[in-house]
Design a protein around this ligand. Structure first.
Ligand code: SME
Length: 160
């Protein structure tokens, strides 16, 4: 089992290296998608400061359906194309939103959320899920965060 190191003061590239190596270790040899998504959500919440929600929505038919996460209870079903998550899934493109209140159609699951990063998880070219991060800080997520979570999405794509 993956052992967390001293993760309290990690930042920048060091944090992303831990995120990626931790994710690889957690899903290694484990075929159960729910277990893997649950552990990845926990890893993200442990490593990334200033989040109030971190987890997965899975593409099922024409909807996103809530998957394992850390945070307050959330909207269960989101139509593709709706909100930040549905937009990321429909477009197959990362959505990095500095101010969710300025995003047309943003779905407010937790009133504390101010900024959001949603990254599609693709397998064989199709979006199968999204990783959703919410922060109570405006403009919490950098372009480097977006790139790091796109790499994380590639790491977990075969394991969820
Ligand atoms: N804010 C998201 C909905 C999911 S929650 O943030 C967990 C959206 O607009 O798609």
């Amino acid at each position: 089992m993956y052992e967390f190191g001293s993760t309290t003061a990690l930042s920048g590239d060091e944090l992303f290296r831990e995120l990626h190596s931790g994710a690889r270790a957690l899903v290694d040899g484990e075929p159960d998608a729910v277990a893997n998504m649950a552990n990845i959500a926990a890893l993200i919440a442990q490593l990334m400061p200033d989040l109030n929600w971190a987890g997965f929505y899975r593409v099922i038919g024409s909807e996103l359906v809530l998957g394992p996460f850390i945070g307050k209870p959330a909207c269960i079903r989101i139509a593709l194309g709706q909100g930040v998550c549905g937009t990321a899934a429909a477009m197959g493109a990362t959505q990095r939103i500095d101010d969710v209140h300025a995003f047309p159609g943003h779905i407010a699951c937790d009133a504390a959320s101010a900024s959001e990063l949603v990254v599609p998880v693709k397998r064989d070219g199709a979006v199968i899920a999204v990783i959703d991060l919410d922060s109570p800080q405006r403009a919490r997520f950098s372009d480097a965060d977006a790139r790091a979570f796109e790499t994380l999405a590639d790491i977990v794509a075969a394991a969820i």
